[in-house]
Ligand binder design. Structure first.
Ligand code: ATP
Length: 238
């Protein structure tokens, strides 16, 4: 058995007196899609922020053998762990093409960067058609594609996606779905935080359900599909 790529043990986050994450533990294997589902305010974003080094925490987060508490957020990115936030954080007045190049700003393997650009445009033809369009004038779905595309330009080993389907039309969600499957087939490890449980259950091999900062249930997607509480409370809502 190989070690997990990401290993979280007894993660606790406090915002002042509020205990936002309460002893969360989980591990993610290389090459898998791992889903974290749960309602609004459950702590999903807080978990991703802790992994990315954006919030202080107690407990341990190890990525590919590195204790992430000992490295800066920039170093975490250089280690290949890339975070696509819910806000997308695009450069609004930059074109699609410029935003994509910003994702590759720390790389000096020029041929590989060009190959990744071709890969992203192939993955999202809508971006290819809009190379010169300013990011802020793109639709929500196109901006989500651009955020994922820019993350891919950093040459990630693992991608963390926070609510990639939020507010998107079904036809765009399908495009994101297809892209995730292709990336997963290429061996990318993906941590998918979603309120849209149906979407997460469709893609993730294993999942955790977080409610009020605690993991209430963890298991395979088959186990989640078969769980009456999950079905009643979460599936079919979207
Ligand atoms: P959503 O899907 O709405 O983003 P979530 O599961 O990602 O929900 P979090 O955003 O992690 O949940 O929030 C978990 C809890 O922590 C919530 O009660 C939230 O109000 C609180 N919280 C998040 N960020 C902060 C902050 N910077 N300061 C204080 N409280 C915060």
């Amino acid at each position: 058995m190989t070690d997990p790529l990401l290993e979280i043990e007894d993660l606790n986050v406090y915002y002042g007196k509020s205990h936002a994450l309460k002893g969360v533990s989980l591990s993610i294997d290389e090459g898998e899609i791992y889903g974290v589902i749960g309602p609004n305010g459950a702590g999903k974003t807080t978990m991703l922020n802790a992994i990315a080094g954006f919030v202080d925490y107690d407990g341990s987060i190890r990525y590919d053998g590195t204790d992430l508490a000992t490295v800066s957020p920039q170093e975490i990115v250089r280690e290949g762990l890339i975070y696509c936030t819910e806000d997308r954080d695009l450069f609004p007045y930059f074109s699609v093409h410029e935003n994509l190049l910003m994702g590759a700003q720390f790389r000096n393997d020029r041929d590989a960067v060009q190959a990744d650009l071709d890969m992203v445009y192939d993955l999202f033809p809508r971006l290819d058609e809009r190379r010169e369009q300013e990011a802020e004038t793109m639709s929500g779905g196109e901006q989500q594609m651009l955020a994922v595309g820019r993350a891919l330009m950093s040459d990630p080993d693992m991608l963390m996606l926070d609510e990639p389907t939020l507010g998107l039309a079904p036809v765009i969600i399908q495009d994101i779905s297809d892209a995730l499957e292709r990336l997963s087939d290429q061996g990318l490890t993906i941590l998918l935080a979603e309120q849209n449980s149906t979407f997460a259950l469709r893609h993730a091999e294993r999942l955790s359900l977080i409610e009020t900062g605690e993991i209430e249930l963890a298991g395979t997607s088959e186990e989640f599909h078969g769980n009456e509480y999950v079905r009643e409370a979460y599936v079919g809502v979207h």
